[in-house]
Design a protein around this ligand. Structure first.
Ligand code: GLC
Length: 708
């Protein structure tokens, strides 16, 4: 008999339910506040898993209770939201997506795993893979942006980075693909609201990143809080048991979101905790995070015949198997211990590189960037706000370990006087500091405006109906721009979402810095001073107005595509239909010209691939890195297909005057789509291949190929 089978045979019901329970240690309560006597719960076997606990000694002490004082000595599993770094904070995931660089995504996850494992953590509730098309939703900050293929690439890279090749290693974390699924489609961009998603969108947009995570071997998956078409994900047997476990063969652990099982009662699909627990268990959820629904509800569910002991044993087996895979039975103390100074220094250097490459240069008129010296003024509420650089979900990252914009610039320009004025606070209505800030701006040659959101204004339960500059920042912008004649005005936007900031667009340069993490100020100095050319490309469309939301590049064409010159077409009377900046937009200090697109072969069968080659020439004055996108458009198909679908991307760095060829492949099978019956369909016919710097249709080269 295996270790797991013999343990299950020996376990009491209470001990089984303890292994199916995850309780917070209280470090960062991310849901309804409850108090728990953690130590007593562990010792009596009522708590087999803990979240929000970190620190090698803290975890070791809790682990000792489990492996020395409980009856069966089953080790504790410790989870934490290591979303974009543990103590060393990397850019928020939406910012990191802008790198379009799987190697970088994997590297930052690898470093985060090492750092968290050194603190005794076993599992991270990441990657968050919810495709989102609505910047009102605060959690757009945590995810891969608006494109499913990008989401798939991030899923693979992050699972590999967190889990490495051996889940039992001392520096690995079990990953958790979340929040399954279509959480990003919440109505009105309001967190936790209902989602109504077509079966087609489910298959084409929201499921693919999770399918990629399963294929990459993700150890755990977390269902979303939300209902999907009326069926709460925590009770969604069709998508959990039938699809994930049945069709995709996922045999890992399903962990509920925080209190989500108990919230099935509020969803109106369970009359009491026993029913809620039964629905979740029957759907395939193995671990109850913070609802105590399994511990307090399943005994009654058993008595009422709503579940069987076999259902419970199956979940316990998956939890114990995960602990075995993590090496916790072999050595419960394997993780946890100091890291060398060299490791920490290298990690900060990586954080600086990733932060610099996450920034998206939206606008750069008159070569406002890179800075050209002279008197510099740094103005705005985000200029000296080290803590805000962490963004949402900053785990164990401390404000004092982050480099602010002001600190980064002063470090990069030793001896140069750099004026500073906050002008306004991030969200207050106090305008009393604007005059002084305006005066400082008037005295400078270059003004760096640091604007945007606080870290708390995006992330969970942080949705905005007016996703623009909060507080009186627009008044500050107006005051600074009023005296702008002849000056270089550089606006830097810190945010967890694309901001709708028409007022800021009058600046010479606009740089989206997202929330760049611990090395924010140093990375910005690298960009502002020209040491590093911006190379980030926005993973989300930037709206001109809230009224355009949801806005995304891969829409279907409509029978009356927008044409303001033709009244009866799909346009607005009062706003342009195009985004302020399209998906994939991002300038650099180079000037890339695309030429000579060649795609071969001219036709291919389902098991073949196409190869696209395109020449880029850098006509700019500085070396720069460019991300090149390959889109497809299936012009005539059984169902209407999106005007553009991202199918691949690649990068090239070129010096001034240098040219190079980017080669991107496209497997014919990747042009399959859900047919009329929603089953994957390979349909012969012409397909347009479009290659360019973004989803801007005006900047692409195209070729037509044929599927046979
Ligand atoms: C939260 C979030 C989830 C997170 C969990 C644990 O409510 O929805 O993303 O992993 O609780 O903190």
């Amino acid at each position: 008999m295996s270790r797991i089978d013999s343990l299950i045979a020996a376990m009491s019901l209470a001990e089984k339910l303890g292994q199916m329970t995850m309780t917070t240690a209280g470090y960062a309560v991310t849901g309804p506040v409850t108090t728990t006597d953690l130590e007593a719960g562990i010792v009596k076997g009522a708590i087999g898993n803990v979240l929000n606990l970190y620190g090698a000694e803290m975890v070791r002490a809790a682990q000792r209770l489990a492996v020395e004082q409980t009856r069966l000595k089953i080790p504790l599993l410790v989870g934490m939201d290591v979303i974009h770094g543990h103590r060393t904070i990397f850019p928020i995931p939406l910012g990191e997506a802008a790198l379009f660089d799987p190697a970088a995504w994997e590297a930052s996850a690898r470093e985060a795993a090492k750092e968290a494992a050194a603190d005794g953590v076993h599992l991270t509730f990441a990657p968050m893979l919810d495709v989102a098309r609505d910047p009102r939703w605060g959690r757009i900050a945590e995810g891969p942006g608006e494109d499913p293929m990008l989401g798939q690439a991030i899923a693979r890279a992050k699972v590999k980075g967190f889990q490495a090749s051996n889940l039992g290693g001392a520096d690995t974390l079990a990953a958790c693909a979340k929040h399954y699924c279509a959480y990003g489609a919440v109505t009105g961009g309001r967190d936790y609201a209902e989602t109504d998603v077509s079966q087609r969108s489910l298959r084409e947009i929201y499921l693919p990143p999770f399918e990629a995570a399963v294929a990459a071997g993700v150890a755990t998956i977390m269902p979303a809080f939300t209902d999907l078409d009326g069926v709460p994900m925590s009770a969604n047997s069709a998508l959990l048991k039938d699809y994930l476990r049945g069709k995709l063969g996922f045999d890992g652990v399903l962990i509920s979101d925080y209190n989500a099982i108990a919230e099935l009662i509020r969803h109106g699909v369970a009359a009491d905790l026993a029913e809620a627990a039964a629905l979740a268990l029957k759907a395939g959820i193995d671990m109850d995070m913070m609802a105590n629904a399994y511990r307090d509800g399943l005994p009654e569910a058993l008595d009422r015949g709503l579940v069987s002991m076999a259902d419970i044993d199956a979940s316990v087996a998956r939890v114990l198997k995960l602990k075995e895979q993590l090496g916790l039975f072999d050595d419960p103390y394997r993780r946890g211990g100091p890291e060398s100074a060299d490791v920490l220094t290298a990690r900060r250097a990586l954080a600086r590189d990733v932060a610099g490459r996450s920034m998206v240069l939206l606008k750069n008129d008159g070569v406002a960037l890179p800075m050209a010296g002279g008197r510099v003024a740094v103005i705005g509420p985000l200029a000296d706000a080290a803590g805000e650089m962490r963004g949402c979900w900053s785990a164990a990252g401390r404000a004092e370990d982050c480099v602010s914009v002001l600190a980064g610039l002063r470090a990069a320009l030793p001896g140069q006087e750099i004026g500073y004025a906050a002008g306004v606070a991030i969200e207050s209505d106090d305008e009393s500091g604007i005059a002084a800030a305006g005066a400082l701006a008037d005295s400078a040659d270059t003004v760096i405006l640091c604007l945007g959101e606080s870290a708390a204004m995006s992330g969970e339960a942080s949705c905005r109906a007016h996703p623009g500059l909060p507080g009186k920042q627009n008044a500050l912008v107006e005051a600074v721009l009023a005296g702008a004649k002849g000056k270089k005005i550089i606006a830097i936007l810190f945010s967890g979402r694309p901001l709708i900031v028409p007022e800021v667009m009058a600046a010479g340069a606009v740089l989206a810095a997202w929330a760049p993490g611990s090395e924010a100020g140093n990375a910005l100095a690298d960009i502002l001073l020209g040491k590093l050319s911006p190379s980030g490309k926005t993973p989300v469309s930037w709206p001109r107005a809230v009224g355009q939301i949801p806005i995304f590049y891969n829409q279907r064409p409509s029978g009356r595509p927008a044409n303001p010159k033709d009244h009866y077409t799909s346009y607005y009377l009062d706003e342009d239909v195009t985004p302020q900046f399209p998906f994939g937009h991002g300038l650099s200090y180079g000037d890339f010209v695309y030429a000579d697109l060649g795609v071969s072969p001219a036709q291919a069968g389902q098991s073949d691939s196409f190869t696209a080659k395109i020449t880029l020439i850098n006509h700019g004055l500085r070396e720069a890195r460019e991300t090149v996108f390959l889109f497809a458009h299936d012009k005539v198909a059984k169902v209407s297909r999106p005007k553009l679908e991202l199918k691949n991307f690649g990068q090239i760095s070129l010096k001034p005057g240098e040219s190079g060829v980017v080669t991107l492949t496209l497997a014919a099978k990747d042009l399959m789509f859900p047919g009329l019956d929603l089953e994957p369909l390979y349909e012969p016919g012409e397909v347009e291949i479009l290659v360019g710097p973004s989803a801007d249709p005006g900047r692409m080269l195209s070729a037509t190929v044929r599927l046979v």
